[in-house]
Design a protein around this ligand. Structure first.
Ligand code: PLP
Length: 440
């Protein structure tokens, strides 16, 4: 590759996602990632970088899986594309739907395919509102979500999400989404016990439902563990209590498993780790380990039974159920199962990461480390006692520390004042030691 030329073209023609284009231009263009294997990515300047972000929370089986390449090639040869609009389906699409259903123990046995996590949430949005109309409660249109939640970058995804900076661009959220406080104990629960903080967060949800009016509330949506918000792990007992409040007022419960699904938290689904049962469940990322874009929205029978009374569900995408992406997802799930990656995350590497991160707690700039499975965060503070942040309330140390990590051969993400990580599920304990050593 002619890296200098690629950087020039990047500046002249490419608008990278979720990025400050002027900053990238000032830096001389994006870092060009050329190839990867296992847990390592390589850039055009010859750097080998340990990828503790699994790409973007997705490359769960690691890079360089030849059998995924073969699965894609074989399916492309046989049938590169067909849609599901014309009372049609393809073998991998149907087989994958059944496979996902079985991974939910058939609790969510109906699968709607999309190409991205954002689209999976758009599907949730339309299904839920349509469901309530068909059920004869058309006033139930409001979604309850959390501040600092991430549910995607489409109009519905940004609206369901609770990222104020994203709301500010595009005059969002759209009407019908209400946000409540997030269960972020380190940042927002100072001076409270874990139980007091948990109950305050749950009470905020009940208060919001009563303020909106239960008869207007359609669903509660949340990530079992907030990822892009900074790996926010809720206090013990939070989710069962949230589910109970939602059910008390008749709301549907949506678990956004786009990051947590497929073993990330040490069990197949984040909602299993957190102790609740959703009615709808968007998933993406780990479904194909990012090798091709595909997402799914899994739905409980009691919801689909109602939707089936409504004739055509006029929603879906050209790439809903793409056969090549589905074939790759099927083989990816086979790898996860064959190699026992979920169990390994739950019993070996997840606990190891927690212990390894805890060795950073004596560092003068580390306020807290936390993790669940292979999803972790290091909170950087200016003052451990007061939890004062660098750069004011929001904090600015994360991106600075991230840049230092990258310069030292480690890819992590900086979010406000924390470093977050989400390594491939194949990461070894030696590589986890390397992650922690570089952060230190
Ligand atoms: N939901 C969650 C929980 C996510 O973390 C993300 C992406 O990070 C999305 C939805 C959106 O997925 P995508 O970027 O594939 O649209």
């Amino acid at each position: 590759h002619n890296i200098a030329e690629l950087r020039r073209l990047d500046i002249a023609h490419h608008l990278p996602a979720q990025a400050d284009w002027a900053e990238i231009e000032a830096l001389g263009g994006s870092r060009i990632i050329t190839h990867a294997e296992g847990c390592y990515i390589h850039d055009g300047d010859g750097h080998r970088i340990l990828d503790a972000m699994a790409g973007l929370w997705c490359v769960n089986v690691g890079y360089g899986r030849e059998e995924l390449v073969e699965a894609a090639a074989a399916q492309m040869r046989e049938l590169p594309f067909y849609n599901t609009f014309f009372k049609t389906a393809t073998p991998p699409t149907v087989t994958l739907a059944a496979k996902i259903a079985s991974l939910t123990q058939n609790r969510l046995p109906h699968i709607f395919f999309n190409a991205s996590g954002s689209e999976a949430n758009d599907t949730v949005f339309r299904m839920v509102r349509h469901y309530w109309k068909l059920k004869g409660e058309p006033k139930r249109t409001v979604f309850i979500s959390r501040w600092n939640a991430y549910h995607g970058s489409t109009v519905a995804g940004v609206s369901l999400g609770g990222m104020k900076a994203m709301h500010a661009q595009g005059d969002l959220p759209i009407p019908g989404v209400e946000h409540v406080r997030q269960p972020y104990a380190y940042g927002e629960g100072q001076g409270m016990t874990e139980e007091e903080f948990c109950d305050a967060c749950v009470a905020a949800i009940e208060d919001k439902i009563l303020e909106v009016g239960p008869e207007y509330c359609a669903a509660f949506i949340g990530e079992p563990v907030q990822g892009a918000g900074g790996v926010i792990i809720p206090p013990k007992g939070y989710w069962p209590k949230v589910e109970a409040v939602a059910r008390k007022y008749g709301l549907l419960v949506v678990a956004d498993e786009v990051i947590c699904g497929f073993g990330r938290t040490g069990q197949m689904w984040g909602h299993e780790t957190m102790g609740f049962t959703p009615d709808l469940m968007p998933m993406a990322k780990g479904l194909s380990s990012g090798y091709l874009p595909i997402s799914a929205t899994a739905v409980a029978s009691h919801v689909v039974d109602v939707l089936k009374t409504g004739g055509d569900f006029v929603h879906g995408f050209t790439y809903s159920g793409h056969p090549v992406a589905a074939a790759v997802a099927l083989r990816n799930i086979e790898i996860i199962e064959r190699e026992g990656l979920v169990e390994r995350t739950g019993s070996v590497t997840g606990p190891y990461l927690a212990k390894a991160l805890a060795t950073l707690n004596d560092h003068p700039l580390v306020g807290e480390t936390r993790s669940v499975g292979l999803l972790g965060a290091v909170e950087i503070v200016a003052d451990k006692a007061t939890r004062a942040r660098f750069g004011g309330a929001e904090g600015t140390a994360g991106p600075m520390a991230r840049d230092a990590c990258i310069a030292n051969g480690l890819m992590v993400r900086g979010i406000r004042d924390s470093l977050v990580m989400c390594p491939p599920l194949i990461i070894t304990t030696e590589q986890i030691d390397e992650v922690v050593a570089i952060i230190r």
